[in-house]
Design a protein around this ligand. Sequence first.
Ligand code: UT7
Length: 333
Amino acid sequence: MPPSLRAKITAVGTYVPPKLLTNADLERLVDTSDEWILTRTGISERHRVEPGMATSDMAAAAARDCLARRGLGPEAVEAILVATVTPDMLFPSTACLVQHKLGVPNCWGFDVLAACSGFLYALATGASLIAAGTHRRVLVIGADTMTSIIDYTDRATCVLFGDGAGAVLLEPSPVEEDLGLLDYIHQIEGFGGPSLYMPAGGSLHPASADTVARREHFVHQDGKAVFKYAVLKMFEICEAILKRNGVTAKDLDCFIPHQANLRIIQSTGERLGLDPKRTLVNINKFGNTTAATIPLGMHDAQEQGLLHPNALVLLAAVGAGYTCGAQLLRWAV
Ligand code: UT7
């Protein structure tokens, strides 16, 4: 039986820590330049947490902002899904920590580990709970403290990432309203694992003095390989979802891509024939916040007037795994 419900986003909340890490700051740490970072990535600055602040703190702050904008208290939430690659610790899940920090009395939830595509995968999972008719309010959060796993002696990675969190509330919408998540295409291709990963700290290479000495608890990336894959895949998956739904780039009101590199965003937009004015770009001020880029992008798109009721929105991400995904939705609020 086709579902009679869809999930619509009824509020967006965000949190970024106030402290900035600018390109000038990085020039003092490694052999790099503002000019290189800006021209190769589009990043000017990123935010970073103070010691003691963890992913669950940012996630809870974004969730509070989201619920306040919807005018609801924590008791309204029935499930919490948190996309992150930087949980406070391997377990308990960040979802449990967020539930406790928010004081949600009766809910369940879990973490989604899919790197830069994590928020999309959590959004589709949360939307399925709504479409099944079993849940009426699901909180979906993307949050990452990337500065906790970055090697600030490695110029190839340390300039790219920042910290932040975003949260959305999903609620049901009758299919006849034609709002909310319309369709998604997701794909994982594990051959890309060695191109972007954190080598140690899991069951294969548990933490030891050796893994620390080898700097294996940090992000390791073959930037060129990931770039090549991302440029190809972002276009492919976006083109496929547009085609499957009988729409073209001209029908889109807003494109919110994962923010890993301005050149990847521009190449995708150009190949799709998208109006650059309808493409959300905020990488310059946040860098790559992994699972948080898309909800942070939703917030900025709202601020810029790119989102309005019935706006047709394309979301897309490619990241470690490899993971990738594209989603088409009609904005509800
Ligand atoms: O969100 C997760 C998915 N991740 C991505 O999508 C990232 C994809 N990759 C990229 O965005 C790009 O590959 C990077 C921004 C990481 C690198 O840009 P690139 O244009 O691919 O540069 P490259 O790695 O080919 O390096 C070019 C040169 C090298 O020097 P030589 O060998 O030409 O002398 C690097 O050593 O730039 C050098 N370089 C730097 N120079 C100054 C690398 N990092 C830096 C740096 N500052 N920070």
